[in-house]
Design a protein around this ligand. Structure first.
Ligand code: PBG
Length: 326
């Protein structure tokens, strides 16, 4: 019905009305906090390009995970920075590496109150910073990288991890990890596939956080071209076929169309990763007084949810869980 019978402003008049009719909410249970665990540090080391985010030793990582669980955050995803790196990234499957040690500490202390995820990739463990071993031309060797990811996943599973999230964008990585976990007796471990992961400039601050800057080259030979939308459907479908339990799109805010496509095209849960650069640029603008940081952060994450993400991986998970929906 046209105006004046229909007045769309009616439902917006008071905060209580707006809250009652909000179509999308940020539920802390659907947030996942990334945690960087580093060998050889004591306590925490702040990351300059990500205000409020730090690298942690195992005790400090555990304290942060406990804080996240206490405020209702649903999960944490672990990234490891080893003491030493080599060309093959052998530290990725070291049972005494930072991720397995942190995972064990968290599962021992927090039980099943918190879902503990591990990112599975080799870029933090290779001395050249690429996602797997390189051929003579400097390209990652697909199948050798996948073999390493299976070893990594088994090591994390053995440490009690709930979820492994392969992020290397190698072909066949989900099927190989699923088969490896099943053969190893870890049929219950969840696989969240970074299915549509783009070769993005928004990962900049992460490379400082995870100390995974490439000596040379880039990741355009395996991560997706930001220009491509239909191709994301092929990547998502491949990972569903390979046995992914959950599909992830990454980055998030610049790829809302891809998140929306994933939501309507598949019935598995969809996750989206609000990456380091998305977090850093909001903080940088807020520090200059150019925008209201907490409001802009909440608006970004609610938009990612509205586009169709069930879960959001975000460095702001604790802040979002401790401030009310506006
Ligand atoms: C790969 C990985 C990356 C991120 C998550 N997993 C970096 C990359 O692909 O270069 C980026 C996350 C972020 O920017 O917050 N291990």
């Amino acid at each position: 019905m046209p105006f004046p019978e229909t007045r769309l402003r009616r439902l917006r008049r008071t905060p209580a009305l707006r809250r009652a009719f909000a179509e999308t909410r940020i539920d802390p249970a659907g947030l996942v906090l990334p945690i960087f665990v580093k060998d050889g540090v004591e306590g925490e080391v702040p990351i300059s390009s990500m205000p409020g985010v730090a690298q942690h030793d195992v005790d400090s990582a555990l304290a942060l995970a406990r804080r996240a669980a206490d405020v209702g955050v649903g999960g944490v995803i672990l990234f490891g920075i080893p003491a030493t790196k080599d060309a093959d990234g052998t530290g990725g499957w070291d049972p005494q590496g930072p991720v397995p040690r942190a995972a064990r500490a968290m599962k021992d202390a927090l039980g099943d109150d918190l879902v503990v995820w591990a990112d599975v990739c080799q870029c933090e463990y290779t001395d050249h910073g690429h996602c797997g071993p390189l051929d003579a031309r400097g390209q990652v060797v697909n199948d050798a990288a996948v073999e390493a990811y299976v070893r990594d996943a088994l090591t994390y599973a053995d440490a009690g991890i709930d979820v492994v999230a392969p992020s290397g964008m190698m072909d066949g990585q989900v099927a190989a990890i699923r088969a490896g976990l099943d053969a190893g007796g870890f049929g219950e471990v969840v696989v969240v596939a970074y299915a549509a992961k783009y070769a993005s400039a928004f990962y900049g601050p992460f490379r400082e956080a995870a100390e995974s800057t490439m000596v040379d080259g880039d990741r355009a030979g395996h991560q997706m071209d930001p220009a491509n939308r239909r191709e994301a459907l092929l990547e998502l479908a491949a990972d569903v076929d390979e046995g992914a339990d959950v599909l992830m799109v990454k980055p998030a805010l610049a790829y809302l169309d891809v998140i929306a496509d994933a939501r309507v095209s598949f019935d598995v849960p969809v996750a989206a990763y609000q990456v380091s650069g998305e977090y850093a640029m909001l903080h940088a603008a807020a520090e200059r007084g150019w925008l209201d940081g907490p409001r802009a952060m909440r608006e970004a994450v609610v938009s990612i949810r509205r586009a169709g993400a069930d879960l959001v991986l975000t460095y702001a998970a604790v802040e979002l869980a401790t401030t009310a929906d506006a």
